[in-house]
Design a protein around this ligand. Structure first.
Ligand SMILES: C[S@@+](CC[C@H](N)C(=O)[O-])C[C@H]1O[C@@H](n2cnc3c(N)ncnc32)[C@H](O)[C@@H]1O
Length: 272
């Protein structure tokens, strides 16, 4: 039986990424190849036709997920006993795509209604826990195992939080006792933050972006994190797309505001 979806505001945005992952997987040459998204999508009672207008975003969304998968794979090969915090996980199947080893603790975090839905589609799995909470809440951070390398993934999340909420997430993250904390996250330029709220699907979900690259980087610097690497997701998308859309993305990438429209970054904080 399909699951009816009662989500509010930014929670609904995870259906957008799920839809674009499923579309990519059906395509002749998938970029991400998320073989789980279509099966989850088919069980959700939601008018996905509404999301057709988002198809132009597909190259960026799947290039982002692929780039993050690649970075997490490398990080887990280097630290096979890491604790992974997958913040704002939505219905993403990353843990199935990457199948982490037995010494990894993987924690999926999202808001209550999303986690409730997630639990219907993703059976329990050794080493994987779910936490139903806002990333801004204080309480749940105590549940994060300490003394191990911490790898935090925040994909399509932090831009939805106002700057003070981002600062509180970074403070809580810095408060977890770990020899090394690494955060992989994407950001949007101020002009993207400002125009995104006019996108029809964002308007329908009554949501929008609140923080841009600058506020996120300021919060991380203040929390003792240093930048390890940063790259343009527009460049990534141009590389993995074909045809007329690729040409269009390359044109956007050729101008600095376009190149910096969406960035993927990895920052870390080392304490020992
Ligand atoms: C654009 S979706 C991305 C979902 C997933 N990371 C992916 O890429 O498919 C944004 C997700 O962030 C979650 N989110 C937004 N604000 C949050 C908060 N304060 N605490 C926890 N999750 C939040 C939403 O519920 C949603 O699942």
């Amino acid at each position: 039986m399909s699951a009816r979806v009662e989500l509010r505001r930014e929670q609904e945005t995870m259906l957008m990424t799920l839809y674009l992952h499923a579309r990519d997987a059906e395509s002749a040459v998938p970029v991400l190849g998320d073989r789980f998204a279509g099966g989850v999508l088919a069980q959700i009672d939601y008018d996905f036709a509404r999301l057709k207008a988002l198809r132009g975003n597909q190259p960026i969304i799947v290039a982002r997920a692929k780039a993050i998968d690649d970075q997490v794979r490398v990080a887990l090969a280097e630290t096979p006993d890491a604790v992974v915090l997958h913040l704002g996980c939505g219905l993403d199947s990353r843990v199935l795509r990457l199948a982490p080893g037995p010494d990894v603790t993987w924690i999926e975090v999202d808001q209550g209604p999303v986690i409730e839905l997630r639990r219907r589609f993703y059976p329990d799995r050794d080493g994987v826990r779910t936490i139903a909470a806002s990333v801004v809440d204080e309480g749940w951070w105590d549940e994060v195992p300490t003394g191990r390398p911490l790898l935090v993934v925040a994909e399509g999340l932090l831009m939805y939080l106002p700057p003070d909420a981002v600062r509180s997430v970074v403070t809580n993250l810095a408060g977890v006792e770990a020899p090394r904390a690494t955060l992989i996250f994407d950001t949007v330029a101020p002009w993207v933050r400002d125009v995104a709220r006019w996108q029809p699907n964002m308007r329908r979900a009554s949501t929008g972006f609140e923080s841009s690259t600058r506020e996120l980087e300021d919060a991380l610097r203040a929390g003792g994190f240093d930048r390890e690497v940063s790259s343009s997701l527009v460049t990534e998308a141009a590389r993995s797309t074909n045809g007329a859309l690729a040409l269009f993305i390359k044109l956007i990438d050729a101008v600095p505001p376009g190149h910096r429209a969406m960035m993927l970054s990895r920052w870390s904080r080392v304490t020992s």
